[in-house]
Unconditional design. Structure first.
Length: 158
């Protein structure tokens, strides 16, 4: 599967995720139902890993190692707890906005990586940089978060 195919699938699955939370109330977003997590916590977890791996992709694109010196991902539980815990008291709409922004940054960084990690990374040309988000579905749980998502997408189009 090519990188473009993977990113297209990511877009489709991300659209499905956003559709699945569309219309949920704050209570539904924050009710704990999966271990110690609710929907907000799961979305914060996904956004946290998006941001973390965006940095890894950016380092790869510069020809650096993906994981900074001294960082260890072996204890995934502590990383997961950190990502969800950082957003535990945040309004669910803000978590959704962060998720949308993190996905856009993640996709942009992934597209800027060389096709083979064994090749020396080269700076991307302006024409090769895609929109940060290619999500085309309604991204709003509430109109404010949808407006934020659309504003984010407008700001990050080439």
């Amino acid at each position: 599967m090519s990188r473009d195919d993977i990113l297209k699938r990511l877009d489709a699955e991300f659209d499905s995720l956003l559709k699945s939370i569309d219309g949920l109330s704050d209570e539904q977003m924050t009710t704990v139902w999966f271990g110690e997590w609710g929907v907000r916590d799961i979305l914060a977890h996904v956004a946290g890993w998006h941001w973390e791996m965006t940095g890894a992709f950016q380092r790869i694109a510069k020809g650096e190692r993906p994981v900074p010196e001294g960082v260890d991902y072996n204890d995934a539980d502590s990383w997961n707890a950190r990502f969800s815990g950082d957003k535990r008291e945040i309004d669910p709409d803000e978590v959704v906005e962060d998720l949308i922004a993190s996905k856009g940054a993640f996709v942009a960084a992934a597209r800027n990586c060389p096709k083979s990690a064994s090749k020396k990374a080269r700076p991307p040309s302006a024409s090769s940089t895609p929109p940060a988000s290619t999500t085309t579905v309604s991204t709003s749980r509430k109109s404010a978060s949808g407006a934020s998502a659309r504003a984010y997408e407008r700001r990050h189009r080439p």
